[in-house]
Design a protein around this ligand. Sequence first.
Ligand SMILES: [Mg+2]
Length: 406
Amino acid sequence: MSRRILHIDMDAFFASVETALNPVLRGKPIIVGGNADDARSVVSSASYEARRYGVRSAMPIAQARRLCPEGIFIPCSHGIYGEVSRRIEAILETVTPFIQMASIDEANLDITGSIHLFKNEGALAVHVKKSIEEQEHITATVGIASNKMVAKIAANTCKPDGYLSIDTGMERAFLAPLSVEVLPGVGPNTRESLESRGIMTVRQVLETPEPLLAGLMGSHGARCLLDAAMGMGSDTIETRQMPKSISRETTFSKDEMDWAKFEPVLFRLAEQCAYALRSEGLETSRVTLKVRYSDFQTKTFATSLPEPTALDSTLLRALRELISKGRGRRARVRLIGVNLSVLSYNQHQMELFNREREEKWERTMRSVDAVRDKLGFGSVGLGSALGKNTKDNRSSRQKKNRDSSK
Ligand SMILES: [Mg+2]
């Protein structure tokens, strides 16, 4: 039996939350983005009124100011958006336990077994949209289809405050007249090369011989594109509970006092935490260093980050500061650990990686993680964690922790 997947996407999420908090902003061009004084900041979210001026996500703030001088510019309040996201997740949980948050403001739900609780799937969609609007004062768009990809495309075609359901079996007919760029994997470059061959619509993709597509984008890319054009996609919902924190710690086989030895071990633990964080699609806003001394006294040193991150480089920088505090006490150390807390779902990618250097890091981390996924964490060590003393770590006990307690 075919499944029914509901894709929900909040409309102009950050801008809508700001408006819900401050209703006098309603109907105004709201532009939410990083730090207003920072020339490199980019737009994270723009209200539909601001979009009329041509303002878009990921556009530099300076450019948005030129396009929309009367716009109201608001810095990001990541903590608040994360809270609203969690409350929305709780609303979705009233419909089905099969929920996969795709980002801070998007989710996929398997509603196959829940439709009978409502009159039909349309009534279910209205219930979800209404509950969010009543409780959070923001609007959402819902698409329903037999798989995640088609449900998301359906939602994207009826934003904002929309609802569209594609009957099972009608996926191909629904996609055929749409522009090729609706398909996953078709970015500006692929679109351009397809359009240069006169392939503008999904229907035209299906009419193109596969070898010709393979010539443009490789045989794997062509196969994926054809599958997508036919409306084939995954209907698997990977449910998970957001952990409260992610931590790694190490107990030394004998108590140690030399902080020069601890540093590479701590960096390694931080990298392991960050890897776990990224594989769960999360970011952290708080880094804690834990030190247990030989007298079993435990001290923690914590710092809050200005914005959520999943980048090793940012976490190691924060940790370095904490280490300089931690080494203050002249005592032998039994155990050291790193803890990442105040977790949230991945926020807007461009906003997070708006600095060129971080973008480079993000690319590196993605390829490092891919290798680690295949060969295990130890297959790749980054420079910062490679100290000559890391072998001490091997003789010690290590503990992984994913704290899911509510
Ligand atoms: Mg959205």
